[in-house]
Structure formats: C-alpha cells, structure tokens
Write a protein that binds this ligand. Structure first.
Ligand SMILES: C[S@@+](CC[C@H](N)C(=O)[O-])C[C@H]1O[C@@H](n2cnc3c(N)ncnc32)[C@H](O)[C@@H]1O
Length: 375
C-alpha cells in the first residue's frame, strides 16, 4: 500500500472552502469505487492539515496511469502527492479539460451554481453511471466509444453545460428564464469567437404551426481544426422552455447523464431565487413540486445505465421526499455510505445536499436517438 495526499484547491468562496475537505473526501469515496485498477482503501480516506494547508489522504495500491487520470478530475484536487515519510512527491496528472478554464469562470451572475460544486455533482453522477470509465479517458470519445451527452434541464447560464463541454461531452440544457438563456447564448458565441475555435452557432425561435413555441441555441464546435474538418464535433443545445417540456425538445434515452441544481426556494438574489421561485405561473412551484412534475420527463431523456444527479436546498425539501420523487419516476436512488456525506451549508438560508439515482440498465426504451433535438 502507498499513501497519497492531495492538496485541496483554494476556493475564493470561504464557506465552500470550509466545506471542501469533507466534500472532497465523499467525492473521492464515490469515485474510487469506479477506479478500474488500483483499489483505494475506503477506510483510509481522511482529512488532514499539512503545513497549514488542507489535504485529503488515502491509501491505495500503486496507482496506474488510468487511476491517476481519473483522480485528476476530482473537483477539489489541486496537486496529488505520493507520501514517503515526511516528503511529498508530486504525481503527474492529465485532466480531461479540453479548453481554457475561463469557459467556466468568465460568467459571474446572481444565481450561478458554484463551479467547483457543479464539477463535483457531474463527477459523482458520472461515476455512478454505467459510463464511469469516461472520467479517466482524456480526449473523446473514451471507452464507451462515443461522445457522452449531459442534460441540465434547469441550466440557468450554463455552469453544468460548460463543465460537460470542458470534458469533451455534448451538452443539452433547458431553462424557463429568457434572460438566462439569452445571456448564455451571447456568452458562448462570444467565447467561441474569442478562442478562435471552428464552430457554427445559431440562436433562433422554434416554430410549430407558425407559432413560436420556444427559442433555441445550437452550436457545433471542436477543439482543433482537424477535428472540426473530420466532423468530430461537440454539440451544444439549449432551449428556453419549461423543464416539464423536456420531452418535446430532447429525444428519449439520449442523455447519458442528467445533472441539475434545483431552484433554492428562497427569495435570495444570489441563489436562483430570481427566477425559480418568484411569482407567476410555473415559476411559483416549490422545488419539490417542480421535481415531481419534471422528473418523469427527465428520466425519459436518460439512457438506460445513465445516472441523474441533483442538488437542492434541504430547508425547502426533505431528503426522503426528494428520494421518493426520484424513485417514483423509476430510478434507483443511491443513498448509502458516501452518498449521504455531501450535505453542506451554503449560507443561513441554504443547506445544500445532493442525491444520485440510476436508470436501470435494462429499462425499456423505444428510442435509440443520439441526443439531439426532436423538433
Ligand atoms: C439554482 S438555478 C440553476 C443555476 C445554474 N446551475 C447556473 O449555474 O446557472 C435553478 C434554475 O432553474 C430554473 N427554473 C426554475 N423553474 C423552472 C422551470 N419550470 N422550467 C425550467 N427552468 C426552471 C431557473 O430559471 C434557474 O435558472
């Protein structure tokens, strides 16, 4: 057995920085179960302080390159070391990241889900799916042999979508807030131009029977010109629509992962309270009601073997009720061991938790679509 230690990524958000070591420990425990080669001793995972800085330590067999590349994507990992006595030897790491990290950091707005937390939620969801191996495969497509596809049916201004793109996946999203979808469309088109990435993008109304039923952003792009020429492109698609209409825009069984941060259910300028909770029509739904109403459509969009990960404010919905809503929609909820260790305080009005659930691999589905729009 070798001892390893990883330095926790410094966070600009002090509250998140306080929660980060415990979250990192839980994330490591979930992800290590997906490690193909060197099993991590789950009982050895611990938080510690070395030289005044926070670390997570664990014992494992010699890590293979594949193990190390999977761990490289941990949301709070800054540097990984092999520990020998008093000395720390850095382990070379290759992250999946395909683009500059400003894809995730440029947009700042009230209601943005913390980027580090979004990465954690995506990682844990992916590690819990039948496609976990993709996390250790720099460059796309990985072991699954095709590009993975992530759907965020409450995508806001795209934090989950951008993290999925960063990993080389396709990204699909829906949000009811016109300002959010528009701001994201403007941002991503500007970003693609600024980065001089070969791309095509369009943001236009979707019409049915000559009536505008939604607005939709579509984009195709690649990290290199050669990939673009060869048609090896990443696809992005975002609709401005109520999330319960997900089935109108995204084919059944087309998303490998569904990842969403539910409205926080509080009138709070900086946590999605602006749109998800205010007055008027569907926006007035409580987060739990919204989940109950939308979960069947989300599950339909999910491929068998895929997983769904959601986060929510425990002050407005109990964990058991959220779990029940997911189970009622036909998912297997993962609710033991490290899956119960993600609860953390965001501020006095919000304590955030997550739940991960799997769509049974044998789930019947008539569709075989590859993940694009149905209309
Ligand atoms: C907590 S925020 C998600 C923020 C997002 N992760 C980000 O970083 O930009 C919840 C989102 O749910 C959206 N929302 C609330 N009710 C909705 C509905 N019925 N249909 C679609 N989106 C909805 C809100 O507009 C808000 O953007």
């Amino acid at each position: 057995m070798v001892q390893y230690a990883f330095l926790i990524l410094p966070s600009h958000n002090r509250v998140y920085a306080d929660a980060a070591p415990a979250l990192a420990r839980a994330e490591l425990a979930v992800i290590s179960a997906a490690l193909p080669d060197g099993a991590i001793d789950a009982d050895s995972v611990a938080e510690t302080v070395i030289g005044g800085a926070p670390y997570v330590t664990f014992d494992a067999g010699e890590l293979s390159e594949r193990d190390a590349s999977l761990l490289a994507n941990l949301s709070s990992l800054y540097v990984l070391f092999e520990v020998t006595g008093e000395s720390l030897r850095p382990v070379p790491l290759h992250r999946l990241d395909r683009y500059d990290d400003d894809l995730l950091t440029i947009l700042k707005y009230p209601g943005k889900t913390n980027e580090q937390f979004t990465k954690l939620l995506l990682n844990v969801t992916l590690a819990s799916s039948a496609f976990a191996g993709e996390l250790s495969a720099p460059g796309a497509p990985g072991p699954v042999g095709r590009r993975l596809s992530v759907l965020d049916p409450l995508c806001g201004r795209g934090t989950t979508l951008n993290q999925a793109l960063m990993y080389g996946f396709d990204a699909h999203g829906a949000d009811i807030d016109a300002r959010d979808v528009e701001a994201y469309a403007v941002f991503i088109q500007r970003w693609l131009k600024d980065k001089r990435l070969k791309h095509q993008a369009d943001f236009s109304p979707v019409r049915r029977d000559r009536k505008v039923v939604a607005r939709r952003l579509t984009a195709e792009f690649a990290a290199t010109k050669d990939e673009y020429k060869a048609g090896d492109v990443q696809r992005l698609e975002v609709v401005e629509a109520d999330t319960t209409r997900t089935g109108e825009f995204f084919r059944s069984a087309s998303a490998d992962l569904v990842v969403a941060d539910l409205p926080y259910g509080v009138q709070h300028g900086s946590h999605g309270g602006r749109a998800g909770d205010g007055g008027g029509n569907t926006l007035a739904r409580s987060p739990l009601e919204l989940l109950r109403a939308a979960a069947p459509a989300w599950v339909k969009a999910l491929r068998p073997g895929g997983a769904l990960g959601i986060s929510w404010n425990t002050h407005v919905a109990r964990r058991e009720d959220v779990a029940e809503a997911l189970a009622a929609a036909g998912l297997q909820v993962l609710d033991d061991g490290p899956y119960r260790a993600f609860r953390h305080r965001v501020d006095q009005a919000i304590t955030r938790d997550i739940l991960i659930a799997r769509k049974p691999a044998g789930a019947l589905s008539r569709a075989t679509g590859r993940g694009a729009a149905a209309s």
